[in-house]
Design a protein around this ligand. Structure first.
Ligand code: URA
Length: 436
């Protein structure tokens, strides 16, 4: 069938067959579908939607558009997590070693940050020497020995998504549940996992701003992933304020290490524990949530989770001394104390995640464009979070910066993130729902 016939069928509201979807994905990779034909079909999908079966076929075709890792020689259950991304979301750095210390194998392939959210690979770049480009043999060896790896997607995996995502980005076709599901799941399923846990973030700092949108995406992801044979569960978690206290690459790695040392902030620990518990249940390591809780707490308390992180850093060429000596991370030259400007005591009632993420980008911690350079050292450490009491002149946050002009722009944006109230604000729960 000609490309234009497939486009016309979707334009006219018909469901595509498995063959037609396969032809599209093959054509995207081979070039037989030109960029303008692919873009036209993507727009038709955005406008007409896709059934569950079409979305599953698209996911499978994209997953098989390149190499699919075969980890069958690894005996441990292989379980990964995907987050739709948020501000201060360094959960992967805590979750992967913690889950490995609790008996799972975690083959995690991550991405770089764009816009107001950070990416795990950028955070890992803050560890001197750390390599995220392992070849297949090194990746598998590491998974057999250390039971975890945090790497970037190699060029031969899911090439269809790389091509399609670039087209979607510039043709206003990102916002489609079937396309998002196929994009996310094809990449995760190509890792060779046995099961998957999803953290679908919801709120001002998230991709999905409202609860109904987040729920729709979470339900679709779980349905499609289960439909293609992977045990899957999802948490919908709130992303109205940054997760934890640190935002910025080096600063977030330091906070993640603190979590593994048992000194993590409660919100970050709550989300990390909840997601690892899901992984342990899906992987069959634990049968009940309270058993998972005990196992995770023991792994933090007796240092096994931190040891797993150390093993990861060593295996991927990083400097393990950073774990004890935070001075070895890239450090900003200057600090600025952001103080509460009111003249009467109050509560911090809002710390808007979107504005914080944008302020971090203005400071240099994030990217405006895929090719932008980032400054690994800069960012914020919040001493106060919503619900905390403030005294006049009290320090609310420390801004780590290298460039005074960027500080000015970032501080101005950060001020828009903050709201104060004379009364203690209600803090809604972080975990909105669990879907399985
Ligand atoms: N993240 C992805 O990987 N793909 C999408 O389509 C959207 C978010």
């Amino acid at each position: 069938m000609f490309a234009q016939e497939i486009i016309a069928r979707k334009r006219d509201g018909f469901a595509l067959s498995r063959d037609e979807i396969g032809q599209f994905v093959d054509g995207v990779v081979s070039g037989a579908f030109t960029d303008y034909q692919s873009s036209a079909l993507l727009m038709a999908i955005v406008l007409r939607g896709m059934s569950e079966a079409e979305t599953a076929w698209l996911t499978e075709a994209m997953m098989h558009s390149g190499r699919v890792a075969d980890l069958s020689e690894i005996s441990r259950p292989k379980v990964d997590k995907h987050s739709t991304g948020g501000v201060g979301d360094k959960v992967s750095l805590i979750l992967a070693p913690l889950a490995a210390a609790c008996g799972l194998c975690v083959p995690m392939m991550s991405g770089r940050g764009l816009g107001h959210t950070g990416g795990t690979l950028d955070k890992l770049d803050a560890i001197p020497g750390f390599r995220v480009d392992l070849d297949d043999a090194a990746y598998r060896r590491q998974l057999s020995e250390a039971h975890l790896a945090l790497i970037g997607q190699s060029a031969d995996m899911v090439p269809a998504d790389r091509k399609l995502y670039a087209l979607r980005d510039v043709t206003a076709t990102v916002e489609s549940i079937p396309l998002i599901c196929a994009s996310i799941l094809s990449k995760k399923l190509a890792e060779g996992i046995d099961a998957l846990v999803l953290d679908v973030k919801c709120g001002r700092g998230a991709f999905m701003k409202t609860e109904p949108e987040a729920r729709e995406l979470a339900e679709a992801l779980v349905k499609i992933s289960r439909g293609v044979g992977k045990p899957t569960s999802a948490l919908i978690t709130r992303m109205d304020q940054p997760l934890g206290k640190a935002v910025g690459n080096s600063l977030e790695v330091v906070e993640a290490i603190d979590c593994l040392k048992g000194k993590g902030p409660p919100d970050l620990m709550e989300v990390s524990y909840a997601l690892v518990a899901e992984m342990l249940l899906l992987g069959g390591i634990c049968q009940r949530p309270d058993e998972a809780e005990e196992r995770m707490e023991a792994a933090i308390t007796d240092g096994r989770a931190l040891d797993a992180f150390r093993e990861l850093v060593c295996a991927q060429g990083g400097d393990p001394a950073v774990i004890e000596d935070y001075g070895r991370f890239p450090r900003a030259r200057e600090r600025f104390e952001l103080c509460y400007p009111g003249d009467a005591p109050a509560y911090l009632s809002k710390l808007d995640a979107l504005a914080v993420g944008e302020a971090a980008r203005l400071l240099g911690a994030g990217r405006a464009h895929a090719e932008s350079e980032i400054d690994l050292a800069v960012g914020f450490v919040f001493r106060k979070k919503p619900g905390d009491r403030l005294q006049p002149g009290e320090v609310m946050a420390i801004i780590h910066y290298n460039d005074a002009d960027k500080l000015e722009a970032a501080e101005a944006r950060l001020q828009t993130a903050l709201e104060y109230s004379p009364d203690k604000p209600e803090q809604p729960g972080l975990i909105i729902d669990r879907l399985s």
